[in-house]
Design a protein around this ligand. Sequence first.
Ligand code: G4P
Length: 527
Amino acid sequence: MLKEEILKRRTFGIISHPDAGKTTLTEKLLLYGGAIQEAGAVKSNKIKKGATSDFMEIEKQRGISVATSVLAFLYKNKKINILDTPGHKDFSEETFRTLTAVDSVIVVIDVAKGVEKQTEKLVEVCRMRKIPIIVFVNKLDREGKDAYDLLDEIEKKLKLKISPLTFPIGMGIDFKGIYNLWERNINVFLTEEKQKISKTNLFNSLEDNKLTDLISEKSLKTLKEDLELLETVYPKFSEEEYLKGDLQPVFFGSALNNFGVKELLDCFINIAPPPRPKECEERIVNPEENVFSGFVFKIHANMDPNHRNRIAFIKVVSGKFERNTPYLHVRLKKKFKYSSPNEFFANKKQIINTSFPGDIIGLHDTGNFIIGDTITSGEKINFKGIPSFSPEHFKYINNEDAMKSKQLNKGIDQLMDEGVAQLFILSLNNRKIIGTVGALQYDVIKYRLEHEYGAKCSYENVNFYKACWVESIDEKSEEFIEFKRTKNKFLGKDKLNKLVFFADSLFTLQMTKEKFPKIKFHINSEF
Ligand code: G4P
């Protein structure tokens, strides 16, 4: 029973550079699942595009993640969970965290723009973690790069070994359809009915007379040549290699026109992995284990501005989660029951009674959770893999309304729990420093403090280059005492009270490392 449920689940993330078509693709996938009837349901939550200011970018990003943090739907007896990953670079830390909760990813690439920076970074993380990757080349209805050049670019820039499973017939105004190498048929592109599930115009043989009526003989000839070439140039697809993260299938299509999406989805549910074992500090946890375990990979506060609420998103790793059952919050060493755990079907929330590995549950939280927390049936384990990285930007945060200092502190604490940024306290003067990955977060924090907590803040620049977590084998050693004495002005604590050294430049960091060889300086908190 548990095993059956596990085998039914596919939990994945779609990653892309902004505007490559992630939202559009998500929406079309939901259409197949019958989760929404009309395209536009996901999109309408997105703040209208076209605004140029960075600030609107925040709203847009927040708009997307609020509406589509998690989307579940059923398709051909598979339960599919899509996890949203913000595309904007300033939100990349959130994306990295979400990647700890997926079992595979689909990477969307814009045929005209090719491989973009943000995609490179995210794919690198997936590659390192051996997450199975499927590539979807989007916007074939537009003029773009030559398919072979693009495949070359994907291999080189993303360092992937690829095997096309569909291949386009023409492009832009000449886009005639795609050949499906997986199912060995041709789907001819007709533009009507693009917002609904259109009837496909499938042909099983290249020799079908009707096919030449729809696509020219010239196109057909090119396709035949392409197919021969593809076989010689690219490795044959192997599911085993894909699952090991060693081979990546590529699909072509147009999400907007709902073309090539079904091919992608049908193959996806066949090859994408069900929930996989996950490493914790103590051991490896298998989904089939009977006892429940899961971890928090995302926290979202104040999703509804009219109600103060906060939801912790938990990925179920093993066993069965049940409503109203006491589970151990490992870090707090306390048991809690959850009376209204939520699941997210399309863009609706609903209370669930049970969840299985691969599922994402939203738990109402009154401030007990931070990102990375583990909950279990009773075992004291800690899931790995959600480290904090050194921020790139640092600013002092000041209170601008003396009457609201309580609100300000509460707001800062909650936003940090959500993982929006990191808070440090500089030992020298006890002042609060906010560290972020991108500059946009400062605007987000300021805006949210004001609108959600009624507090006002201002920032002051601090000239730091990196925050390094300090590890010393012997805290009583002369070297460590000397380090603390001479670097006193540059020391602080993170939220968990861990010692942090702020280097003001790469040069200082190198000099400090040389001067104190027995002390280790880590640029992420998990060492
Ligand atoms: P994102 O989530 O990755 O940021 O991308 P999103 O889906 O929002 O798509 C970005 C833009 O690209 C949208 O246009 C969308 O309609 C368009 N798009 C997506 N897929 C295709 C496709 O297959 N072909 C073509 N031609 N365009 C596609 P927009 O004008 O920015 O937004 P909207 O006004 O359509 O909402």
